[in-house]
Design a protein around this ligand. Sequence first.
Ligand code: MN
Length: 258
Amino acid sequence: MPRHSLIGISCGTERIRDRMRVRVNAAYTRAVERAGAVPVIIPPFGEAAMASTVLLGLDGLVLTGGEDIDPSLYDEAPHPSLGPVNVERDATEIALVESARAAGRPTLAICRGMQLLNVALGGSLIQDIRAQRPGSLDHDESERRAVRVHPVEASGKSLLAEALGGERLTVNSSHHQALDRVADGLRVSALAPDGMIEGVEWIGGDWWAVGVQWHPEELVSSEESWDRSLFAALVEQAESARDPAAGRQEMRRQRLSS
Ligand code: MN
């Protein structure tokens, strides 16, 4: 009996009614479930090494949105507009990225997740777009979280364009930070009209790791299929990564079509 793929979902913490809670928007778990896989919640660990243990039990990973990343992780002092940080979450997710890369587990990195992927691999961030890149588009449309507010152009030959099923799309935008220096090992796969980086991906063919700055999990019910296709691509990658026979079939299909 074939089992469903298990996709890890990283989480933040938030104080609600005086207790710290592990929390993640249900939009992420629903989007993974709707794509045919089981979402598995990964809390921030006090001991980051636990991340590699849980990762090895998973078939794929989603790094989610949330708190700002501690700028000391990219050797910068905090800007006055920096938001709250969560150092346990940073450490857990960096360990998840290292393990996912080593084990080749397909990874979809969303918003903060894409920023974390970049920092984990040695890149840096713009700590506040409004303060540090005045004149940019308004990327912080948090009140319109599920509304497509700006265009994005994806590179023709990218994993991202392949996963989306297109190169020109419009996206939602709920971020006050963005990628600055792109890490070695990543390439830019999508840009907004103001030059903000809206997508990156792993260059080597050994790891399907795709980052997007927008929130596809909020758009899977929209008329346009791009965001559904992105989650479907993650689950497809997870299935072929854990089933070498499926992987071989895929390679055969690609050979026949090339
Ligand atoms: Mn944006």
